[in-house]
Design a protein around this ligand. Structure first.
Ligand code: COA
Length: 331
């Protein structure tokens, strides 16, 4: 394992789940589906939905406040706020700027990173680079998405999968430790853009009455293709991240994968050779919360006492782009 050098360490974590719950039974009343189908194919039982009138930054703010309190860090001490999201409050400016203002973080530079479900991995990787190169000493990294806003609630192939949430991590610098973020790895393959995307609402097809009429502002997905590539890609990039960190899978105490589908998580665990006891799964309660999925699971795992000092944790994610990534962290 690599020796002493400037590294990013996790000082605190926090998360926020909206109060409104939509169960599989609720969905049975909305589309032609069943609790049994959803449970068997995905493992999801319920998901949360952000109330109307609230924006993504409202969720991110609560998660960030909890992470800052956990870290014992003041918002004013933050040098950077980096938010993984594809559902910003506005087309521009970034939700990170909205969040910065809500937190009253006066000395920070803030921006969003758009990598869909891999957003948190991309954001933490960027923040880690700022910290390791000395461009920042303290960074708030957020993964927050309200995909409910992009769902067609008449499309049973997509509306059952997703939920809203926010997760946050405060990173600090450690000059002399072997603990902290040991490696991050990111990858994309843009040839899969249309396998999972929102066709309208961007510059190519701006919002017009006709695009709304045709439901083109909602998620369109080839589920089978996503499934296949997700498992293979997350396995590969996890191995690359572990190699770079000089860590073997046996040294990993906990894997925190993107919470998309229980079958994807189980297949990934099998391919990595990790027993399910060492895999964090909470998707039955929240569904796929996009960029929030990994930091929410990380926060829950910490609060459940599943991560102790000295433990090595592997994070990985996969989503639209396709974009995927992994990180190895020693606590
Ligand atoms: N309820 C009941 N039936 C449904 C349904 C639902 N919610 N959604 C689809 N079906 C039907 C299909 O119409 C199909 O019917 P048919 O055989 O008569 O054509 C049948 O169930 C099987 O559908 P299929 O798409 O083959 O199921 P699947 O086993 O591939 O599971 C997903 C579908 C979406 C659960 C699965 O492909 C998946 O999880 N993919 C990854 C998606 C994902 O994680 N996306 C986000 C990545 S970040």
């Amino acid at each position: 394992m690599s020796g002493a050098q400037r590294r990013s360490v996790i000082l605190g974590t926090g998360s926020e789940l909206p109060n409104k719950v939509i169960t599989n039974e609720d969905l049975e009343k909305m589309v032609d589906t069943s609790d049994e189908w959803i449970t068997v194919r995905t493992g999801i039982k319920e998901r949360r939905v952000l109330e109307e009138g609230k924006g993504n930054a409202d969720m991110a703010y609560r998660a960030a406040q909890r992470a800052l309190a956990d870290a014992g860090v003041e918002a004013n001490d933050l040098d950077a706020i980096i938010m993984g999201t594809v559902t910003p409050d506005y087309p521009f400016p970034s939700s990170a700027c909205v969040l910065e203002d809500m937190l009253g973080a006066r000395g920070a530079f803030s921006f969003d990173v758009g990598a869909a479900c891999s957003g948190f991995l991309n954001a933490i990787s960027v923040a880690d680079s700022f910290i390791r190169t000395g461009k920042a000493n303290k960074a708030l990294v957020v993964g927050s998405d309200a995909l409910s806003r992009l769902l067609n609630w008449q499309d049973r192939t997509t509306c059952i999968l997703f939920g809203d949430a926010a997760g946050a991590v405060v990173l600090g610098a450690s000059e002399n430790g072997s603990r902290g973020i040991l490696s991050t790895k990111l990858r994309t393959d843009g040839s899969y853009v249309k396998q999972l995307y929102v066709p309208a609402g961007g510059s190519l097809k701006p919002a017009r009455a006709e695009t709304v009429e045709r439901n083109e502002h909602t998620i369109t997905m080839n589920g089978k293709e996503v499934f296949k590539i997700a498992v293979r890609s997350m396995e590969e990039i996890s191995r690359e991240a572990m190699d770079e960190a000089g860590v073997s899978i046996d040294q990993v105490s906990l894997v925190i994968p993107h919470q998309a589908n229980r079958r994807i998580v189980v297949a990934l665990a099998e391919r990595l050779g990790v027993p399910m006891e060492k895999v964090m799964v909470n998707l039955e309660k929240y569904g796929n919360t996009s960029a929030a999925s990994v930091p929410v699971a990380l926060d829950e795992a910490r609060r459940q006492g599943r991560i102790k000092n000295g433990d090595i944790v592997l994070l990985n994610a996969f989503g639209a782009g396709f974009a995927w990534g992994a990180a190895v962290i020693k606590f």
